[in-house]
Design a protein around this ligand. Sequence first.
Ligand code: ISC
Length: 435
Amino acid sequence: MPDTLRGITIPWAALPDTAGLLEYLVRDDVLCWVRRDGGLAGFGEAARFTATGPERFRAASAWWRTVATGARIENHVGGPGTGAVAFGSFAFSWTSRHASRLIIPSVLVGLDGGRGWLTYLTCDPDAEVSAAAAEAALAGWLEGVAAGRAADDGDRLVPGQVSEEDYRAAVTAGVERIARGELSKLVLARDVVAELASPVATAQVLRELAVRYQDCWTYAVDGLVGSTPEMLIKVDNNVARARVLAGTLDRANIRKRDGESDADYAQRVLAGSEKQQHEHEIAIDSLTAKLEPYTSAMTSHSEPFVLQLPNVWHLASDVTAELGRGGGPVPSSLELAEAVHPTAAVCGSPTELAGALIRELEGMDRGPYAGPVGWTDGAGNGEWGIALRGAVVESPTRVRLYAGCGIVEASTPEAELAETWAKFRPMLEALGLRG
Ligand SMILES: C=C(O[C@H]1C=CC=C(C(=O)O)[C@@H]1O)C(=O)O
């Protein structure tokens, strides 16, 4: 347990009008959670917690509750994301060797609906905690910002642990198991590795993702980076929200009818597909069933809508749930993330069987891919996305990208393989690579 966490949050008007938080994505070690011009950017590390195994969420929640309850914070702003905050990333599987982690930044800049704040946090009992100390600490972190990087002819993309051939074989085996009636859906993933001729410019990658994928949440936590379209769970006071995605159509490979608009094409081919609707239905049912015990009222669209991203269209459903069933305690965002992870959008249905089959057929450790990534504050508010469309920076010149697809009985290996390439595209483009 760290020494008592102390800190201060002050209003921060020094957020440039044009680029907002993007102006702070200038260090390769930045912690970030950004969507459009809002979110959080963190620097440095006041304390961290790590855990592996089936108790990783519970242990992290207990640690955070103790730290946040004992914290002495002068909060001059108030509201979600102010005061004590930790960024986090959790391994997809309880079997993973990858350490799940919570990181309390030393300095954090937040922006929500035009309202900005600056937080300074420390476990050093001798540190001065004041508005001046907060401003000086931020200025220190913004000195000597990271250089950008141009794509290099020496950059290469090489197969990861699951080759294209392995992936096709895994999909074939998955479809067989579904056809035998063992399960209804399985999400199978693979990886590719970017070997770069010069060190990756993470801050530049984040800025590119944030600018291009404005409907997504761009994240960076300790080497895990990406831009996810899927919100596992957001808690804002007594309300939880989720965005469930399943069902995908590549925008780079359109075969429109004469006179058909892009939107009509997506509506016909994606929303009109029984296979895609079935895949989506399983994902939404899994989320709502897992959320049910915590909520007194839940609403979602009766039909999924088509979400357009620069690389793909998805079938999407937004869910809103009032928390605190029967006046009982309101769960924290981290507790809810544990309760709903893994949904059928990244695992399958039924969950346990799908999880075991993923381990058998993929044969790779997913690490933090498809696990919760995001932040929590001392009041339990927070946002936990699913770490999709992302990568792990394994060394300055080695970046591992992950992508997966929901497999149902009607899936074909070739189409699912092609879909993984569409899902790698955001990171490949941000790294200056081609698939
Ligand atoms: C598992 C991934 O995407 C999920 C989220 C949206 C759509 C999906 C699909 O259509 O297969 C996947 O369930 C991934 O991007 O690696």
